[in-house]
Ligand binder design. Structure first.
Ligand SMILES: Nc1ncnc2c1ncn2[C@@H]1O[C@H](COP(=O)(O)OP(=O)(O)O)[C@@H](O)[C@H]1O
Ligand SMILES: [Mg+2]
Length: 322
């Protein structure tokens, strides 16, 4: 459904007008990832690791520097106008901040109708579909006449989800959809998303830094660190036996809801994430890694497949591929 192939996205950082060799921010630096139909893939990583940029490239909101993104086999940069219009209807997005999803001066109804108006859906049909969308997100139709400031964060995020559904997409990209919400509301919104995914057969790419979302929500997980994927596999497997020292640190540092696991010593990772401009020559995680050796400093680690599509990018597993 979504294929990301050798994707790179660099931003140039111009410090002066006459600066010739502008420095590059390597926000995405060679990412390949496949999301299959009907699957929920979680993308985790610290802030600044390039997650939103990846989502924006997939949504064609920004062009890649190198590499390709295919949606249903069609390369997004080479799509015809007709293919592009279809793609825009097939993939929708919900961003973290409900306010950025909705126009403050428009009623909920206008906001929900807008994507349909853009795609040429007739007004009467669009109105009917807006009401239908309200029932999907389990909100009363009277909220269609509300303005964003009259609604709570959880309600706004539901409306954003309704708006993302009206073109009947196949894929939804959810960029930290619950991070801005109160803890008590987060589970409700996640459960709603899960119900919709099942009943409508949707495919999700969910971006989060909450590992519990990954544990209980997604089928597979991709871990991103400074613009690269460093581990990928079935959520269960990655959560239970993380391989990359960074993933191990993440798992150990996150509060665990599973009572059997509680009480285990927490081990917080030392050090700063590092900069995307001045990246280490070898492994990006090397300066923070307790298990590193000379190889890690000087060369990029290999991608090793360690069973059932579990891939880790680390020298520790070199020679263990199957
Ligand atoms: N339009 C832009 N111009 C310059 N730098 C950007 C731009 N968008 C993102 N970045 C940089 O790219 C890096 C990754 O950002 P982002 O994708 O937002 O990370 P995440 O979503 O994982 O927090 C950050 O260092 C950010 O400052
Ligand atoms: Mg982000």
């Amino acid at each position: 459904m979504i294929e990301v192939i050798g994707l790179k996205k660099y931003f140039s950082l111009q410090s002066g007008f006459f600066e010739r060799s502008a420095q590059k921010i390597r926000a995405i630096d060679g990412v390949s990832l496949t999301v299959k139909r009907g699957e929920i893939v979680g993308l985790v990583g610290e802030s600044g690791s390039g997650k939103t940029t990846l989502a924006r490239v997939i949504l064609k909101l920004t062009a890649p520097t190198e590499g390709a993104v295919k949606i249903d086999g069609v390369d997004i940069t080479k799509a015809t106008a007709e293919q592009e219009a279809r793609m825009r209807a097939e993939i929708s997005v919900v961003f973290q901040d409900p306010a950025s999803n909705l126009n403050p001066r428009q009623t909920v109804e206008s906001s929900i109708m807008r994507p349909m108006v853009i795609h040429g859906v007739k007004r009467a049909e669009a109105k009917a579909r807006a009401r239908e969308a309200m029932s999907l997100i389990k909100m009363d139709e009277r909220y269609l006449n509300s303005y964003p400031h009259q609604l709570s964060g959880g309600q706004l995020q539901r409306i954003a989800i309704a708006r993302a559904l009206v073109l009947r997409p196949k894929v939804m990209i959810l960029d930290e959809p619950t991070s801005a919400l109160d803890i008590s509301v987060q589970a409700q919104v996640l459960n709603l998303l899960l119900d919709l995914q099942e009943s409508m057969g949707l495919t999700y790419l969910i971006i989060t830094h909450d590992l519990n979302v990954i544990r209980y929500f997604s089928d597979r997980v991709a871990v991103m660190y400074l613009g690269k994927l460093i581990e990928y596999g079935l959520s269960e497997e990655v959560a239970q036996s993380p391989l990359h020292p960074y993933t191990q640190g993440l798992m150990a540092a996150s509060p665990i809801l599973d009572p059997a696991q509680r009480g285990k010593a927490k081990h917080l990772m030392a050090g700063e994430t590092g900069s995307l401009i001045d990246l280490p020559r070898g492994c990006r995680f090397y300066p923070r890694c307790e298990k590193s050796d000379a190889r890690c400093e000087n060369s990029e680690p290999p991608d090793v497949t360690v069973g059932r599509g579990h891939i880790v990018s680390c020298f520790l597993y070199e020679g263990q591929s199957c």
